[in-house]
Write a protein that binds this ligand. Structure first.
Ligand SMILES: Nc1ncnc2c1ncn2[C@@H]1O[C@H](COP(=O)(O)OP(=O)(O)OP(=O)(O)O)[C@@H](O)[C@H]1O
Ligand SMILES: [Mg+2]
Length: 354
């Protein structure tokens, strides 16, 4: 757990980069700092591993002030991916990755295995890349080495300052997936800086939106989208919409004629999983599921969001839900399977349903 308590950082020239900053990052949490250029993200991050000391306030890791840790202990246990690529130019890729393991006196075999594993993870063939020097790599490849170097010694905390900025979209997505997996499987505490709101929404447990050295809003992606605190937050979120807030009308089945019967229960095709009954004005009068009449049919109002619909259906045994407008007029049907499929699709596209 990392705690910022009333942190202010004023540089010697008088610039206040971080101003009365308070934040607690839980163990295993993926926390993203985002905000306009110059709002203090890098400064905030560098105070965690004491590359910069605060002017006021205290930062704690697991309730112990960072100033009370031995500095090398702190640096070895905190992986750090710098905003600018900063590989050691006269060391090979392998030597770069092994800097911290060397300091921790890992044996050669363990280091070799770890290096190969990490290179594989970011799609760089160890046989080809291990012996290369940084200037023999592309910018994106150097950046990937920067990321895995921070992970090499399995630190509990990883700080990443715009680690994906010079990657093409495909490598970027691959590395996002790798980091995301790493965090969900191994539960590292990750403090991540990005300019890319989509990336932040996709990866974070919580997003801390900063402005002029202060926290403006710190919330889960869903909460930020649902309840932006002010215009600044709203502008940052742009027109992105939480998958929960999509209208049910966009997901429901509209073409329901085949499933409609106007007489109760006669001539039902065995293979049709459900029928809804309507009167001459299309108003719902009943429903059959697997040839059984459903008592007290649960319906979904046409104006519902996915979230509203989910709340309605999760408490019933029914699997098919008429969507109804005014006076119970049937306008469509939603099945629980359809909703599941929707969640699955959204998740595949990177949305999270927190
Ligand atoms: N060593 C320094 N001396 C004086 N001012 C500094 C120093 N380092 C940073 N600053 C100033 O502090 C403020 C915050 O800088 P910081 O690098 O933390 O911002 P950032 O949010 O990381 O920005 P970016 O998104 O551009 O990386 C800026 O106004 C910057 O000019
Ligand atoms: Mg920065």
């Amino acid at each position: 757990m990392i705690t910022f308590k009333d942190i202010t950082k004023t540089y010697p020239d008088g610039t206040t980069a971080v101003n009365q900053f308070n934040l607690t990052i839980e163990k295993g949490e993926f926390m993203t700092l985002i905000g306009p250029s110059g709002c203090g993200k890098t400064t905030t991050m560098k105070m965690i591993n004491r590359l910069i000391d605060p002017s006021k306030g205290t930062i704690y890791i697991d309730n112990k002030p960072v100033s009370e840790y031995a500095i090398h202990e702190l640096r070895w246990n905190i992986g750090y991916v710098l905003q600018q690529i900063a590989l050691f130019p006269h060391m090979t890729v392998q030597e770069n990755i092994q800097v911290v393991p060397e300091l921790l006196k890992w044996n050669k075999e363990k280091m070799r295995k770890r290096t190969d594993e990490l290179l594989d993870m970011v799609g760089l063939d160890p046989a080809i890349f291990k012996k290369r020097y940084p200037d023999e790599l592309s910018g994106g490849q150097q950046q990937r080495i920067g990321v895995i170097r921070a992970l090499a010694a399995n630190p509990d905390i990883v700080l990443m300052d715009e680690p994906f900025s010079s990657l093409d979209p495909i490598s970027r997505e691959q590395l996002q997936i790798d980091i995301f997996k790493l965090q969900t499987e191994i539960k590292k505490t990750i403090v991540f800086v990005t300019h890319d709101m989509d990336e932040a929404l996709k990866m974070s447990d919580r997003i801390c939106l900063m402005k002029e050295g202060r926290v403006i809003q710190c919330d889960s992606p869903q909460q930020l989208m649902k309840n932006p605190q002010d215009d600044f937050v709203e502008e940052f979120i742009g027109n992105r919409q939480s998958p929960w807030l999509k209208p049910i009308k966009e997901v429901m089945k509209r073409d329901i004629n085949y499933f409609i019967k106007d007489r109760s229960g006669t001539n039902m095709d065995e293979k049709v999983p459900y029928y809804i009954m309507i009167d001459e004005n299309q108003h719902l009068t009943g429903m059959f599921e697997s040839h059984r009449e459903v008592k007290n049919v649960v319906t979904i109002p046409a104006e519902s969001t996915i979230e509203d619909a989910y709340k309605i259906i999760r408490s019933t045994n029914q699997s098919h839900f008429p969507v109804v407008g005014d006076n119970q007029k049937a306008v469509g049907v939603v099945t629980s399977q359809q909703l599941l499929h929707y969640f699955y699709q959204q998740e595949k596209e990177g949305a999270s349903f927190l």
